[in-house]
Design a protein around this ligand. Structure first.
Ligand code: SAM
Length: 233
């Protein structure tokens, strides 16, 4: 197996000016809610969330909630990014697929936990912005692709982890099919339009799908062939 890439660190990674804010976020929002994976905590401690937020909201970058990023979309709450990464449990190896690039922050966190991240987005402007942010930070193991993520990304399957950051009415079968049969985990919020449950799905030794349900959450809709129709969003 390939080793995870070293930080191709630029001076923008872990900027000292906002380091105390990241530490407060960890102590007040993440650890008390059960985030204890050292690799997840290290990623949350170093990736500057303010770089992924429109300037008018930057003062709230380390607040305990989602923030608007334009086009009716949001950057997820820090805790949600961290718990999804922790449930995915990447071991520093393999390729992780993210559905819903948004600001690019979630992919930046996952890029510290896997060899490679492929992230799919349906809104061109968001993807262009995210690519520019990764470039600026020197995060060169992330590939952003403009496509309907409900169908996954077959060319690079199977995936060690799939993280869906928008809410689906039910789990797209395409994503189950693209999970690594032994090690793959899929983290996805599913349910009615305005209230979902966060699920973690894997296959057992017999190849049966096993679903663990975690907690209630609210995400923007996953719009596409195996998600919501645009008119329902
Ligand atoms: N992970 C993001 C971050 O760190 O900022 C948060 C993502 S936001 C909550 C959900 C994103 O999913 C939006 O950017 C939305 O455009 C995208 N999305 C919705 N349906 C999609 C689809 N079928 N394929 C790809 N992206 C989709």
């Amino acid at each position: 197996m390939q080793e995870p890439p070293p930080f191709n660190a630029t001076r923008l990674i872990d900027p000292p000016a906002t380091r105390p804010l990241r530490q407060d976020m960890i102590q007040q929002q993440l650890r008390p809610r059960g985030i204890d994976d050292p690799n997840v905590l290290a990623a949350m401690a170093t990736i500057p969330r303010e770089q992924f937020i429109p300037s008018i909201h930057r003062e709230d970058a380390y607040g305990d909630g989602p923030l608007p990023i334009g086009d009716g979309q949001t950057i997820s709450q820090p805790f949600m990014v961290a718990i999804m990464a922790q449930l995915l449990c990447p071991d520093g190896h393999g390729t992780v697929l993210e559905i819903g690039t948004g600001s690019g922050y979630g992919a930046a966190i996952l890029s510290r936990l896997a060899t490679r991240v492929i992230t799919l987005e349906r809104i061109p402007r968001l993807l262009d912005q995210a690519r520019a942010r990764w470039r600026e930070l020197g995060l060169d193991n992330i590939e952003g692709i403009l496509t309907d993520g409900t169908l996954g990304y077959p060319p690079q399957a199977p995936y060690e982890g799939i993280c869906v950051t928008a809410a689906a009415p039910s789990t797209p079968t395409a994503l189950i099919q693209q999970l690594h049969p032994l090690r793959g985990r899929l983290v996805i919020p599913t349910g009615p339009r305005f209230m979902q449950t966060l699920h973690c799905i894997h296959r057992d030794a017999q190849g049966n799908t096993v679903t663990q349900s975690h907690f209630s959450c609210v995400f923007v809709p996953l719009i596409g062939q195996q998600g919501w129709e645009e008119k329902d969003a």
